[in-house]
Design a protein around this ligand. Structure first.
Ligand code: ATP
Length: 289
């Protein structure tokens, strides 16, 4: 490593949905959503090193592309081109967020890339401008730039920050099944009938610091489709509730399920319970960020 080499490291945090509703569909096929987004303390680590030219991605994760199909690459290229940067960058991704799990791992990486490269190249570009670029990479990228607790509307890019959600412990279980986001949204349209979660009620409970009010209203319309295809998700929810969760829900289009507990001890005991029941996939005991 040269002494004057410019490098920096950033964390990319995963999210869960405390509520997810679909309220319409645009002519271009995108779904209009109302989602309560919450950052959790599960993160990838990205390291950025300035290079002479080009964008190069390395990763410890064998499952991900390192070419222009990686969302990190797309975000980096968009930012460097937009800002007319002639330099290049090498980006290393240490992957911890479950992949294709409903936790916005790819969007989180893209957001961290925009924020990291802004700092690496000292770019004069605001968070709002980064969000406008980010939505071209993915609908969840603007939220991942903002982080924390937020209401996401439109296709996910119209953001209203909310007060931090009350403290609690979260058990995350990503079962070992593959769920296609496209399949879930297409079948939701076909089914037509679903119960809408009380998104405004969740936002009000967050504003009032009312954990019980949040857990009582957890709801995700996409569960109807994903659980019909993969009943194991309902079993995980049941076992989380049986082991003391105040509420349990599938995140995004799945298959990740989370449970909310009022102590870390309870979340840890529930984690052991799931393993005993043969329902433990990728497991994390974590908290809101
Ligand atoms: P969302 O919650 O936004 O639906 P997700 O958690 O379901 O996202 P991701 O982990 O973001 O899904 O990955 C979706 C797809 O994007 C994967 O099939 C993966 O191959 C691809 N992908 C491209 N770049 C990345 C990246 N840096 N991290 C994860 N996935 C990536």
């Amino acid at each position: 490593m040269q002494d004057n080499e410019k490098r920096l490291t950033r964390k990319a945090y995963a999210k869960i949905n405390l509520g997810l509703d679909v309220v319409g569909r645009l002519e271009n096929g995108y779904h209009q959503v109302r989602m309560v987004m919450q950052t959790v303390n599960i993160f990838d680590i990205l390291t950025f090193v300035e290079a002479e030219r080009g964008i190069r991605i390395t990763t410890d994760c064998g499952e991900l592309p390192t070419d222009e199909n990686n969302l990190i690459y797309k975000a980096a290229r968009l930012l460097l081109e937009t800002c007319g940067i002639r330099k290049g960058v090498t980006i290393h991704l240490e992957k911890h967020i479950p992949i294709a799990a409903g936790m916005a791992g790819g969007s989180a990486d893209a957001a961290a890339t925009l924020l990291g490269l802004r700092d690496l190249f000292s770019l004069e570009i605001s968070d709002e401008q980064l969000q406008q670029l980010g939505v071209r990479v993915g609908a969840d990228v603007p939220y991942c730039i903002m982080g924390g607790t937020a209401l996401a509307e439109g296709i996910g890019e119209v953001l209203t920050p909310l007060l931090p959600a009350p403290r609690c412990s979260i058990l995350v279980d990503r079962p070992d099944i593959q769920v296609s986001t496209r399949y879930v949204y297409e079948h939701l349209d076909a089914s037509g009938m679903w119960e809408h979660p009380d998104i405004d009620g969740i936002c009000a409970a967050i504003a009032g610091g009312d954990l019980e009010g949040i857990t009582r209203r957890l709801g995700n319309v996409l569960e109807t489709v994903t659980i019909a295809a993969y009943p194991v998700i309902a079993r995980i929810k049941r076992e989380m509730l049986a082991s003391g969760a105040k509420g349990s829900l599938m995140s995004g289009s799945g298959p990740t399920v989370f449970g909310i507990y009022d102590s870390r001890e309870k979340a840890q005991a529930a984690c052991s319970h799931l393993i005993l029941k043969g329902l433990g996939g990728q497991l994390f005991v974590t908290e809101f960020v």
